[in-house]
Design a protein around this ligand. Structure first.
Ligand code: CMC
Length: 392
């Protein structure tokens, strides 16, 4: 079978070619379809960025209106799907609730799952973009015991999501434009990041010609882990731990450097960036601004800043080129917007969805795609004789 390259974690393995997202990790550069992330953050919207990632170009006004309208038409969930939420325990983590619900979507649309049927893929794309915010909001409502709200399709995607999450049927809910803008920005910054763990998972599952819903559900599960999307919740837990410990940042940093089991500086380090993560730069700059605007004074933000300063001037982190990543400051913003810690990774999933879809579609249309099937270096027993149980 010839020579097999051993590359745990795929540190040096290019699994695909891709025209979606460009990263230069040494220079700290990130571009979607050629557009610098800084320009998109400044000028674009999440819905426009979703279009850009999936279709390759910025939309004209007519294309954007059509795309928005299509998404608005699909925000409702089948009433039977709503009942799925009854089966989960009240304190269920919203990530597995979300992945289960997305997996279940393929049972509701069984006649539209052929990965090679373009109109069906288009329909599944729109259904996912429209329904994930509704599913996420219901996962939240489930945890609070409050009633589910139907989507209000006169609202934009982010506004609708905020209303379904925080609104109540008996009271009118005014979406705070500052909150909506902050969340929209964070979604833009999370929308794609080339071959990360969850996107590679979406591609790998899709390479077996599994449908889009099944592939995205797998991506959500990959995102759940604390080394990936789960890091945003883990950062907040870490900051709270430091505060409970009297706010002693240097003590925590010492534990990280001693490599105590399970103690890492969460929200720091990246496989590709060996420089400041350009997303973290934008988020750090806006965290102060957003918290100020919302009138939130959070001690944890001060702890985070001290922690960053301490780490960036410490040899351990300098030598290893460890900088804050996208997850370091996002949790503080989500918290200021009113989301509980457990819910942060769901927000990452909402942001990453267009990227996952764009990659799945690129994969399915790429003539070079083969089923993902890595090889291994076998280290087990040589051939041996079976022994009867009485002789063992
Ligand atoms: N805290 C302390 N040490 C670290 C950290 C950290 N956060 N990250 C890396 N290191 C050390 C690591 O111990 C190793 O040291 P040594 O050479 O002495 O063994 C060296 O830096 C290289 O680390 P690695 O684990 O080989 O790097 P990787 O590319 O396999 O891991 C990572 C990347 C993101 C999983 C890792 O940096 C990490 O665990 N960070 C904390 C979790 C986190 O913030 N994840 C979010 C990633 S960004 C967005 C996302 O995907 O959600």
């Amino acid at each position: 079978t010839g020579y097999i390259t051993y590359d745990p974690g795929f540190v040096n393995t290019g699994s695909t070619s891709s025209a979606i997202t460009y990263i230069d990790g040494d220079a700290g550069i990130l571009r979607y379809r050629g557009y610098p992330i800084e320009q998109l953050a400044e000028n674009s919207t999440f819905i426009e960025v979703s279009y850009l990632l999936i279709y390759g170009e910025l939309p004209t006004q007519a294309q954007l209106d059509d795309f928005t309208q299509k998404i608005n038409r699909h925000t409702l969930l089948h009433e039977d799907l709503k009942r799925f939420f009854d089966g989960f325990p009240r304190d269920a983590h919203p990530m597995p609730v979300l992945s289960s619900a997305v997996s279940a979507l393929s049972t509701f649309y069984q006649d539209a799952l052929n990965p090679f049927d373009e109109p069906n893929v288009e329909l599944s794309t729109v259904r996912l973009l429209a329904k994930l915010p509704t599913l996420a909001a219901y996962a939240y409502k489930k945890s609070t015991g409050q009633p589910f709200l139907y989507p209000d399709n006169s609202l934009g995607l982010v506004e609708n999501f905020l209303r379904m999450t925080f609104g109540l049927p008996a009271e009118p809910y005014e979406v705070d434009p500052d909150v909506a803008k902050a969340l929209d920005l964070l979604f833009i910054l999370h929308a794609d990041h080339e071959q990360n763990c969850s996107t590679s998972t979406v591609r790998l599952v899709g390479s077996s010609e599994a449908n889009l819903f099944a592939s995205i559900s797998a991506g959500i599960n990959a995102l759940f882990g604390p080394l990936h999307g789960g890091a945003n919740s883990a950062v907040l837990e870490m900051l709270e731990g430091i505060r409970a410990d009297g706010g002693d940042v240097s003590n925590f940093v010492a534990r990280v450097k001693n490599k105590e089991k399970g103690v890492r500086l969460m929200g720091f380090g990246h496989r590709v960036y060996k420089n400041y993560d350009p997303r973290a730069k934008i988020i750090k700059a806006t965290a102060d601004q957003i918290l100020n605007k919302l009138g939130v004074n959070d001690q944890l933000l001060d702890i985070a800043k001290t922690l960053e300063e301490t780490a960036l001037s410490d040899d351990y982190f300098v030598e290893r080129k460890l900088y804050p990543n996208v997850d370091f400051y996002t949790g503080l913003i989500y918290r200021a917007l009113g989301f509980p810690t457990k819910f942060f990774t769901v927000l990452f999933a909402l942001g990453r969805l267009p990227g996952w879809i764009a990659h799945w579609r690129e994969m399915i249309n790429d003539p070079a795609t083969k089923i993902g099937r890595p090889r291994q270096i076998y280290t087990g027993e040589k051939e041996r004789e079976y022994t009867r149980i009485s002789e063992r």
